[in-house]
Design a protein around this ligand. Sequence first.
Ligand code: DGY
Length: 345
Amino acid sequence: MIGDHYLIWVTTDEILCGNIGAMQDKPSVVVTRRMPEAVHARLLRDYRVVPNEDDHAFSAEELISAARDAQADALLICATDPMDADVIAALPDSVKTIATFAVGVDNIDLAAAKARGIVVANTPDVLTDACADIAMLLTLAAARRAYEGDQMVRTGAWVGWRPTQLLGRDLQRKRLGIFGMGRIGRAYAKRAKAFGMKIHYCNRSRLDRRSEGGAIFHQDIEEMLPLCEFFSINAPATPETKGFLNAERIARLPEGSIVVNIARGDLINDEALIAALKSGHVAAAGLDVFAGEPDIHPGYRELPNVFLMPHAGSATIETRDRMGLACIDAFDAFFSGRPVPTQVA
Ligand code: DGY
């Protein structure tokens, strides 16, 4: 897989030790965004790092130029970096592996990477809990009108307690429908269950009983939607799921339902959701991801009944460290000729 390319850099001892840092000629890595300190330090120790000095979002051209100028062996990219078939075709032959600082790989044309023999790795598992926590935060914030409450206190509009002020919805005994029951969906279900919610889910295939943890499986999303007092999107963005939550599907949700999205913005038809939030058919939403980030649909900014977060699902100190270190683990494995445990292409 890495064959001759690998033999340029390493001695047998280094292969046996798996010690990339000891290589005479360290592999060079273009790192598209500023990394957490611990990640940066390990990268510097073991790789020739080509950083993005001012941490701006690279355009496709800048990404390609950086890879070409450095004759990079590897790229450490993020979910916001464009890695479509055209970019992959324009990368220099020196690039043999890409690690993405994300679990989502919708920004990467995996088939194109595979066809070029570029090994791609992502960072599953390490961010599951942080993302499930944010899903719970969005659920609670939407149900309990956290944005409106915060505004009321900050702006001085709060003139005191009263029995009918800012009434939200209970989570207890409510049906939560989860679309996409992967690692994060399951971790979120566990949390929601602890809040007394009744979990339903729709997934490509049914989970085994243990992983289901009492959740009710629906093969057919159209049949699950009318049950969902709360509805959460936890599925990856693919050509099939783009625009998934459209006007027709929103109409199938019960009146006054609550929508949560921590997956990808592309799964929601923004016009349709905004119309439903305005009419009250959807009572509230908690959104961490948006189509066209950071230029989100302006309609969301005006609505009091949406709680908005800036794609922060995995944004904890501990998790971001683990994500970066997982990317380096992938490089270490690759450049030591070991299987890459998180390989996705
Ligand atoms: C992911 O890991 O896919 C998160 O959305 C961060 O990009």
